[in-house]
Design a protein around this ligand. Structure first.
Ligand SMILES: [Zn+2]
Length: 367
């Protein structure tokens, strides 16, 4: 991993270069980096939101100023972009715009648009280079790296491809405009990364997350770069999700049960926060995690305004449906699920845990 400070930003943030992916953040990051990343032409795909539109226009101008021809801009917002139909339309649009193998696709959006736009770019002419600009904390702390792209077909993420972005640009101003609940939600993934990375990561998070939560631009950018950088270090060792990368599922086995049982009225991040609290308890009981480490992380989740238990009616439904939902878990093998647990912060282990044990955990945690 190489690190450098990029000069010329009004505020300069760490720039992290790992493998092929470049992470950058801060005022002017997109404008400064775009010309060096981009080929002679580019396309922009972005959310139809005022702040994002302004950013895309600025990026367009900066690219044009650097001699990069912008072939076109296309807008899409939310889950409806994740349909195969939208991806097909986008292929047609790319062809009509004259996109070629070397055209860089800039995608500015939340998880759904990054997934679908990334998939369209990954498959057009066997793969256009992409630059991702996340507009949600969930994407900026987690989803923007990892190389997973997808569209929905009958079920979620049924078609997709692995395609690493050439760069991820974090523009804290785009994140700071999010509504409070969506904004907070993404922090759960950063807490997860801090637990997986170790004591130092927890200390870093405890120092940076509170000002980031107050929407301090610099803290937000630092937290996003740190969180993406950590995730990238895991993904780089297991790009196709064959083993190690499964540690990133910490908090997600229980989290997915809660998310589904809530009828998706809880955000992904809220469900992960609840899942983390429960799986930390399991880590204490089954993997010897010091209780003090678990309570410290739970205190952090609370401080971030994230739930650590589901609301009563969701808990009742989750308990009633836990067994059925766990049977649907993709990581299930027979009556067990491979769950990442922590022996200590920074020391995750993959354990086969029976569905019975998981149900009992939830009963004890929320009963
Ligand atoms: Zn997640």
């Amino acid at each position: 991993m190489a690190q450098a400070d990029l000069e010329g930003f009004r505020r300069s943030y760490k720039l992290v270069i790992e493998e092929e992916t470049l992470l950058a953040a801060g005022d002017g990051a997109a404008e400064s980096l775009a010309p060096t990343l981009a080929s002679r032409d580019a396309v922009l795909i972005h959310e139809p939101v005022e702040g994002v539109r302004r950013f895309a226009e600025g990026l367009s101008d900066a690219l044009a100023g650097a001699g990069v021809r912008v072939l076109g801009r296309r807008e899409c917002g939310g889950e409806r972009c994740k349909s195969v139909e939208w991806v097909v339309d986008t292929w047609r649009w790319l062809a009509a715009a004259g996109a070629a193998r070397s055209t860089t696709a800039f995608i500015v959006g939340g998880g759904a648009l990054l997934d679908a736009g990334g998939f369209a770019a990954a498959t057009f002419m066997r793969g256009l280079p992409t630059v991702l600009v996340p507009t949600t904390t969930l994407a900026a702390f987690d989803a923007a790296v990892g190389g997973k792209t997808a569209a929905n077909l009958e079920g979620k993420n049924v078609v997709g491809a692995f395609h690493n972005p050439r760069a991820v640009i974090v523009e804290p101003r785009l994140l700071a405009g999010l509504p409070e609940r969506a904004f907070r939600s993404g922090f759960a993934e950063a807490v997860k990364h801090s637990l997986l990375s170790g004591w130092e990561g927890m200390e870093f998070l405890e120092a940076v997350a509170p000002p980031a939560l107050e929407r301090d631009y610099e803290a937000l950018a630092r937290l996003a770069l740190w969180s993406l950088d950590y995730k990238m270090s895991v993904v780089a060792r297991d790009p196709r999700e064959r083993g190690l990368r499964r540690i990133l599922n910490l908090g997600h086995t229980v989290g997915h049960v809660v998310e589904a049982a809530s009828g998706y009225t809880l955000t992904h991040g809220e469900a992960v926060s609840i899942g983390l609290a429960a799986e930390l308890m399991l880590s204490v009981e089954e993997a010897g995690l010091p209780p003090s480490a678990a309570s410290r992380a739970v205190a952090m989740l609370k401080r971030l305004g994230l739930p650590v238990e589901p609301p009563g009616h969701v808990a009742r439904r989750a308990l009633a449906e836990a067994r059925r939902l766990l049977m649907l878990d993709k990581k299930r093998v027979g009556g067990s699920i491979v769950v990442p647990l922590l022996e200590e912060p920074g020391r995750p282990v993959l354990r086969e845990v029976s569905i019975d044990r998981l149900v009992r955990l939830m009963e004890v945690a929320w009963g």
